[in-house]
Design a protein around this ligand. Structure first.
Ligand SMILES: [Fe+2]
Ligand SMILES: [Fe+2]
Length: 350
């Protein structure tokens, strides 16, 4: 095995020194109940809150792999899990300020509670193996690979998770009319952008130097990839979220194509269309089972008592020293669209 150092296009030192809780000190928490959320918006926020909160379990799975032997990766993960924790808290606080108390029951956009009867075979397998996102079954399949090649799979999986998450936040901004939510999501996207950049840089460096890594990552993504949240959420919930954010309109499809194009730019992944394929499969499930992942809005039921605005965000410091510009075409496009939307008065300028 060669000992040439792997060049990674990410300023890890800068990231580590600047990592902090997302700054939501200028969010107008009292104003949140004054604007309506659709049932679909609430579904997305519930899903996103759960996934952000689940990060620590994903971290456990990741640290059980050979990624744990790389000091750069473990340094990143230490800050990353902390930042993701606060994303989950932010969504929980937002829902609470809106008037929905935890624990809230997961609901589809048509108000139904998703039934656990429609199981997903891959997901069940992973859960029975005690892993959340397919990370754990890979080692048994490729046990003798070089550590560096092997870690490329996890880094690429993480990159796709982060990119779909941040694009999903842009998509929720597009779908929702809630101006405070727009502002909150835009702040969270800033963090997700750094996360995506780290994972992509790590994956890319490993894949550029190794044909084995390129082949393995491509095979795993093509045959085993599932959207972020699969394994935590039911198949119907994943479908409902995917269709609500990406499957409902040409704009949604554009988000999905943008993610796929960005993934396809990584060496070895040309031509992969994971997100668009998933949407097609989800639509096929809807066609087979009328009412599946329903999106008809019904009345919202809020918790008892008046909403209370959280106070702890007021303490967070302004700004971060490592503001990262968009690094992919899909991010740049969504950032421009959002700036345009905000300047048209559909949200609060930040
Ligand atoms: Fe996050
Ligand atoms: Fe993230």
């Amino acid at each position: 095995m060669t000992t040439t150092p792997t060049l990674v296009e990410f300023d890890l030192d800068r990231y580590l020194r600047n990592s902090k809780k997302v700054d939501l000190s200028d969010i107008d928490w009292e104003d949140i109940p004054n604007h309506e959320l659709s049932d679909g918006d609430v579904m997305c926020l519930h899903y996103m809150m759960d996934i952000e909160t689940h990060t620590v379990i994903y971290l456990r799975d990741l640290l059980a792999t050979r990624a744990a032997t790389d000091p750069q990766i473990t340094a990143f993960l230490s800050c990353w899990a902390y930042e993701e924790l606060w994303h989950g808290e932010a969504f929980a606080d937002f829902l609470r300020a809106y008037g929905i108390e935890e624990p809230i029951e997961a609901r589809l956009p048509d108000g139904r509670s998703p039934l656990p009867s429609h199981r997903n075979r891959w997901r069940d397998l992973r859960v029975s193996l005690g892993v959340g996102n397919g990370l754990g079954i890979v080692p048994t399949m490729v046990g003798s690979m070089a550590a560096r090649d092997f870690t490329a799979i996890h880094m690429m999986w993480g990159a796709i998770n982060e990119l779909t998450t941040l694009t999903g936040y842009y998509a929720l901004i597009r779908r929702s009319d809630h101006p405070v939510l727009h502002k909150l999501l835009r702040k969270v996207v800033q963090d997700e952008r750094r996360h995506f950049a780290f994972y992509r840089a790590q994956a890319k460096a490993r894949m550029e130097r190794s044909r084995t890594a390129r082949g393995m990552v491509r095979w795993v993504m093509k045959h085993m990839w599932t959207p972020v949240g699969a394994g935590v959420k039911s198949e119907e919930e994943v479908d409902a979220l995917a269709l609500y954010l990406f499957g409902n309109s040409p704009e949604g499809r554009e988000h999905a194509a943008g993610i796929d194009e960005t993934i396809a730019e990584v060496p070895g992944l040309r031509g992969l269309t994971l997100i668009q394929d998933y949407l097609d499969e989800a639509l096929a499930r809807v066609a087979e089972r009328p009412g599946w992942a329903g999106i008809d809005p019904v009345g919202l039921s809020r918790g008892n008592g008046g909403p209370v605005a959280p106070a702890h965000w007021r303490e967070s410091e302004q700004g971060r020293g490592d503001v990262m510009p968009a690094t992919s075409a899909v991010e740049r496009r969504e950032e421009e669209a959002m700036a345009h939307r905000l300047s048209n008065g559909s949200g609060q300028p930040s």
